[in-house]
Design a protein around this ligand. Structure first.
Ligand SMILES: Cc1ncc(COP(=O)(O)O)c(C=O)c1O
Length: 414
């Protein structure tokens, strides 16, 4: 199965680092999937085909081509609804990505429902995309942003979370489904239930989970959920904001302009019903079509197969990392309750050096704080190296990486 999946991703055939002194070109090992994933042929072809045969403005034309473009766009809304098991298609809003979706929810809530002194509860594990919009809003509106501390191995303890709920009585809770640094899956269902008990609204950041775990917004009972297309084997520039219908109906629009209106007069504007209310301006139609193809790709492989494969990758990676001396893995070293994202430091070697030396072997990893400075300040003094794997990665690529890490470690300690 693995070869048939890999063959669908043309970029994985790339050879990099063609320096003759260093042994010539190396086949690419792409381990930066938490930042962005590569795109399968089905996505590339869908977008190409859209531009070649269906491109026209959506929702606005009565001619055949415009109707075809609108149908292509709106079909993806149904696909996303099915993908995350939303109750209604109008609960699916297309945005520019997870960051744009979070910003939209924050802006709407701050404007309509939050008042000076209200508390917002986040965890120490959040990506900056969740922290920064709330902090900026808090400054403007006089809100308090509180953080749930993590356990020493980087988990959210449900007991600690419940205590924070009782202490701060937040109006709004923002939780990442999966950590983009540690790969750990949070107990979001329990967390949502606990937050609802005190009347808080909950936003789930599914940017890191959407490509790895099935999502059912009704079973989770979340109020809002966001993700990006480009971390799900789809294109950049498109993402999803899911919101419960009654909440979206109360939320004000965040982009004002064409398409999102019902009527405009000199005196005032009334807004279109959902979902148009949130989709002002010309939408990224080809990207939405690409997102639909990406969802078809993921559903074609199936989450059972994805999880089985990724669990094998995690077990192999953890075994390999364990024997590299001086290496500290951030977060828990378990195969269960995680996606294949691994961040680590090697004592005495700066993480940026590790990443640069891995690149010389053709291995693409990330070094830095991974847009999670609060998490990093808890777990590691400065940067870490992150290796994030996806459905097309192999045990052979892990072996190559572990061998390269041994070489780096020996070189620095020689
Ligand atoms: C957990 C998490 N949330 C949000 C984001 C933001 O996603 P985007 O940059 O696609 O808007 C990321 C991206 O790395 C992420 O990892």
């Amino acid at each position: 199965m693995m070869n048939s999946i890999r063959n669908q991703f043309p970029i994985l055939k790339t050879r990099v680092r063609s320096l003759p002194r260093r042994g010539g070109a190396k086949s690419l090992v792409y381990f930066d999937n938490a930042a962005t994933t590569q795109k399968p042929e089905i996505v590339l072809r869908a977008m190409d085909k859209f531009y070649r045969s269906k491109n026209a403005p959506v929702h606005r034309g009565v001619y055949t081509l415009a109707e075809a473009a609108t149908a292509a766009y709106e079909n993806v809304r149904d696909q996303v609804r099915d993908f995350i098991h939303a109750a209604h298609r109008e609960e699916i809003i297309f945005t520019a990505g997870a960051t744009a979706s979070i910003n939209a929810v924050v802006a709407g809530y701050v404007e309509t429902s939050l008042h000076r002194g209200d508390h917002i509860l986040l965890t120490d594990m959040e990506h900056h995309a969740m922290i920064v919009p709330w902090q900026a809003a808090a400054e403007r509106k006089g809100l308090e942003v509180d953080f749930v501390p993590l356990t020493s191995d980087g988990r959210v303890d449900i007991g600690v979370f419940k205590k924070a709920l009782a202490k701060y009585r937040p109006k709004f809770v923002g939780i990442t489904h999966v950590s983009n640094v540690l790969g750990t899956v949070n107990p979001v269902r329990e967390m949502i239930a606990a937050a609802h008990k005190i009347g808080a609204i909950v936003l789930i950041d599914a940017a890191q989970s959407a490509a790895h775990l099935p999502i059912d917004v009704q079973k989770l009972s979340c109020d809002f959920l966001v993700f990006s297309g480009h971390k799900l084997y789809g294109p950049t520039g498109v993402g999803v904001l899911y919101g419960r219908k009654e909440l979206l109906e109360r939320l004000p629009p965040f982009i004002f302009g064409g398409h999102m209106i019902e009527e405009v007069t000199r005196e005032k504007t009334t807004y279109a019903p959902l979902p148009a209310k949130f989709e002002g301006g010309t939408q990224p139609v080809a990207e939405v079509v690409g997102l639909g193809a990406a969802i078809s790709f993921v559903q074609g492989v199936g989450f059972n197969a994805i999880q089985k494969h990724e669990c094998e990758l995690s077990a192999h990676m953890l075994k390999g990392l364990k024997v590299i001396s001086g290496l500290t893995l951030l977060g828990p070293a378990t195969t269960q309750g995680r996606i294949p994202v691994f961040s680590f430091t090697i004592s005495g070697i700066h993480s940026h050096d590790v990443a640069t030396l891995l690149d010389r072997e053709g291995i693409a990893v990330r070094a830095g704080h991974h847009c999670a400075q609060i998490l990093h300040s808890n777990l590691s003094p400065d940067a870490s190296v992150r290796m994030s794997l996806g459905v097309y990665n192999t045990v052979g690529e892990i072996d190559r990486t572990i061998a390269a890490l041994h070489k780096i470690q020996e070189k620095f300690y020689a």
